[in-house]
Write a protein that binds this ligand. Structure first.
Ligand SMILES: *Cc1c(COP(=O)(O)O)cnc(C)c1O
Length: 366
């Protein structure tokens, strides 16, 4: 079986973790601080604040905006459920702008939803491909809105003049299967000194100094054990992302032109795709349905999964939710019917990439 994801940690992780265990300082400490410093440097931002997962990164980013009941946050309808859960957890109302061929929100659709109640834009860099963040930043500036970027899948990606995470408040996940994986973990980035300060205080029970509380906070801290798992991976991240890009290029060269399949769109100039997922569309003219495609590819020993099978709000618990506005998003519903992700991770061999391509091609020949 060629798995969709493979977790294989750099050799440097083990001595670093052992060092933490022997130090007796298991909670947030020196290694978290080092991880934050190097994460910020890699993304060319002033501040990175480590938190315990990517969902709390989003929640904390929204919490420091002081959202009030009735405030609307515009996001993508085609994303992992954490994006929506964070908006609801922060007490705001979710609105959904439809997506384009690249699976990310279309800036014009976002600006069409901006109204009096809009308080933030929450674009998602799906599969590791940055949104059109320059256009979104233009919309945000024109309306005086902050951008909270869900870059959970796009660690290390570049979008024009900046890295992801540098367009407002960036939220990253270090969940076990992400390109940078600490098991559980998250990171928040910003160039804004005051916001970074508030986020650090919020993360630690709203406490600046021992028992000096400045706000109603929470415990969003990361452990030094997790930082020890992440730090060597962070140092290898540019190489990891390059391997994923090379693997994606090879898959696309093999699969482009196969009837019934659309390869991921080429990145726009200046934008890098870090391929958290390599996702194709299985269209209506394919000889098999998308679900049959997935089943047959898996049956032939190649990992294949659907991210995501429905628009994020397309479940009873959200459709009936008072703070979820079900906007008209036909492109998101179509993507949910068509997408299938194939292995692209950095440990694939050339032989495995050829095997993936030939299995996919054979399945689509019927
Ligand atoms: C992984 C992910 C998250 C949440 O991250 P966790 O660390 O699992 O909480 C949020 N948004 C997107 C798009 C993700 O892929």
């Amino acid at each position: 079986m060629i798995p969709l994801t493979k977790v294989q940690l750099p050799a440097e992780v083990e001595p670093l973790v052992l060092g933490v265990l022997r130090s007796g300082q298991l909670a947030q400490g020196e290694l978290v601080a080092t991880l934050e410093r190097e994460f910020a440097a890699l993304h060319d931002v002033a501040h990175a604040i480590a938190v315990n997962n990517g969902t709390t990164a989003l929640i904390a980013a929204l919490e420091v905006l002081d959202l009030q009941p009735g405030d609307e946050v515009i996001t993508s309808p085609f994303t992992f459920v954490a994006t929506l859960n964070a908006i609801l957890q922060a007490g705001a109302t979710a609105r959904f702008a439809d997506i384009g061929d690249d699976f990310n929100v279309v800036p014009d659709a976002v600006s069409g939803l901006v109204g009096e109640r809009t308080r933030a834009l929450l674009p998602v860099d799906l599969y590791g491909y940055p949104c059109d963040l320059d256009a979104l930043a233009g919309i945000a500036t024109a309306h005086g809105l902050p951008i909270v970027e869900d870059a959970a899948q796009a660690v290390g990606a570049i979008c024009g003049s900046r890295h992801v995470g540098g367009f407002g408040i960036g939220c990253f996940s270090m969940y076990a299967t992400k390109n940078l994986a600490t098991g559980e973990g998250g990171m928040i980035t910003t160039d804004d000194d005051a916001l970074a300060d508030r986020l650090r205080v919020l993360r630690n029970q709203g406490m600046r100094q021992r028992y000096q509380y400045e706000m109603a906070g929470n415990n969003y801290r990361l452990t030094d054990l997790a930082a020890a798992v992440g730090l060597p991976q962070l140092r290898e991240l540019p190489a990891t992302n390059e391997r994923r890009q090379a693997n994606a290029a090879k898959l696309s060269a093999n699969l482009r032109g196969v009837d019934g399949l659309v390869v991921p769109p080429d990145p726009s100039p200046g934008r890098t795709h870090v391929f958290h997922q390599y996702t194709v569309r299985i269209t209506d003219d394919a000889p098999v349905s998308r679900d049959e495609f997935v089943e047959r590819v898996v049956g032939r020993g190649v990992g294949c999964g659907v991210y995501y099978p429905r628009a994020v709000f397309d479940y009873d618990c959200y459709r009936d939710h008072q703070r979820v506005v079900v906007d008209d998003v036909p492109a998101a519903h179509r993507a949910a019917r068509e997408v299938a992700s194939l292995p692209v991770h950095q440990f694939l061999t050339d032989g495995e990439l050829d095997e993936i391509s030939s299995v996919v091609t054979a399945v689509l020949r019927g």
